[in-house]
Design a binder for this molecule. Sequence first.
Ligand code: GLN
Length: 282
Amino acid sequence: MSLSLAAALNQAKTAGVDRLDAQLMLAHLLEKNRSWVIAHADDEVPAQLTAPWAVLLTRRAAGEPLAYLVGEKEFHGLSLQVTQDVLVPRPDTETLVDWALERLAPLAPDARVLDLGTGSGAIALAVKHAIPQSEVWAVDASAAALAVAQANAVRLGLPIQFRQGHWWQAVETQAFDLAVSNPPYIAEGDPHLNALIHEPLQALSSGPEGMDDLRDIIQHAPHHLTPGAWLLLEHGYNQAEQVQNCLTARGFTEVQTRTDAAGVPRCTAGRWPKRDIFDNSD
Ligand code: GLN
């Protein structure tokens, strides 16, 4: 039975799938762009693609992120390939990138930057793209995630130093002028996780309060930061105060929080102090 693009979009509506998502899935399937889909509403979906279309609709209707179904997601102006091995990059995290770029602006262009828990490579690649001379490193515990990030780096022509391992351990004794992380921060058992079952749990959840990895990263940061370096962290909507307290307790200065595009306190940063020349207490 033949199926026009308009009829396919009607099927999506009946299935409760957003029209924009449906257009993007059709475009992906037909290897066209969305405006082509809009302009060709009366064209037929080729017979061999009607079954794959039905599968995409079912998966999207079941809540699978669009990014996994079409294999890519736009982040900070870059098109990133994503698989189920990585968290889908969120617009919230662009706040963190913008802040990192602001803090890097006054530094030497070849500053050393580290992205902890890089996933698809989103943060590391956005920084490298904006400041091509910077020396960007990226770490992930998951080999599968690193493979996705590495493929993105190659495809975008953005060289990054990738390391596999647990947070700072992966970079051994290296020190950085700025470190940035969007670690897992949702509390175990938080009902919010029910809506995120398609994404890797190890990238989302961290201990009973969601604070375990944030605490771990802050605790070990000073050994890997140059004097005056910034540590910028994304966190949950209700964790700003705890993250501020952890940073202050660890000896960070200029601790401050920023809100994301939705107005939620989303990122907190601190500065590792420049060594006081009168302080010999080390
Ligand atoms: N911001 C994501 C969400 O709440 C979580 C990302 C993370 O845990 N780092 O959907």
